[in-house]
Design a protein. Structure first.
Length: 239
């Protein structure tokens, strides 16, 4: 039976307690540092969703502070990664270069920038501009140039398309940036093996944990916010 360890605290403090050279795969969706950017836009977003990420309180750092926090994150992650382990970091497309630069400083080898396309995005201001329907994911390996890649002979594009998170995955509560389970499962299955340790240090509502359980991987999930942590715990336990 795979093991699950969940921590309700800052991911840097929780990662300090983990063993060196123990994590095979990180799949994570950290703050994109778009909170201030969105607040300053002429948009009706906040009227449409009162819990959008800019008002959620965890994505409104100044750019320098966010960059420093991501640097600290990659440094802590590098201590606990296995050589040849893999990492997927979801990110806003405009921040991809910053993330690659920071991760490379700590021994992560940059492989690919891919796109997640949402087939049914919220049609925000659809008569005024191109509706945002994409986010990036960045793929790294640690200290080696290749890692586990379970393609079974299939060709995987650097592009994945799903719907936005369905209501059936939100019954334990709503998280403003909850990812669909199919998206996280895609990366867990390709980039790790049963019994490996998969970690999500910014787990939000626990989607990576649900995917890890479905794929029989061990899982470490870390979330700072106590309400999101409770949601994640309930979701992962149910699965
Ligand atoms: C983009 S959301 C992740 C959403 C997640 N992928 C899901 O499907 O629900 C980022 C999460 O990181 C959490 N967070 C922000 N800073 C953190 C930190 N230093 N340590 C742990 N969690 C943090 C936020 O509370 C938020 O829930």
């Amino acid at each position: 039976m795979p093991e699950i360890k969940l921590y309700n605290e800052n991911c840097i403090d929780a990662m300090d307690k983990l063993n060196e050279d123990s994590i095979s795969l990180i799949v994570t969706d950290p703050p994109y540092n778009l909170g201030n950017f969105m607040k300053n836009r002429d948009t009706n977003l906040s009227k449409m969703r009162d819990n959008f990420f800019g008002s959620a309180g965890w994505d409104d750092m100044a750019f320098d502070e966010w960059e420093q926090s991501m640097n600290t994150f990659f440094k802590s992650a590098s201590r606990i990664m296995k050589k040849g382990g893999s990492m997927i970091v979801f990110m806003a497309i405009i921040k991809v270069e910053t993330i690659i630069h920071l991760a490379e400083k700590h021994g992560f080898y940059y492989k690919t920038t891919g796109i997640w396309h949402k087939t049914n995005p919220m049609p925000r201001n659809m008569n005024l501009h191109f509706v945002n329907s994409t986010e990036a994911w960045i793929y790294f390996t640690y200290k080696k140039r290749t890692g586990t890649f379970n393609n079974g002979g299939a060709l995987f594009h650097d592009f994945i398309e799903t719907s936005v998170t369905p209501m059936s995955e939100r019954k334990h509560g709503k998280h403003p940036t909850q990812k669909p389970e199919a998206l996280m499962l895609h990366f867990v299955e390709i980039l790790s093996n049963p019994d490996d340790w998969v970690m999500d240090p910014f787990m939000g509502s626990g989607t990576t944990g649900v995917a890890a359980r479905k794929a029989d991987r061990n899982f470490i999930g870390i979330e700072l916010n106590k309400d999101y942590f409770a949601m994640a715990k309930a979701r992962i336990e149910e699965n």
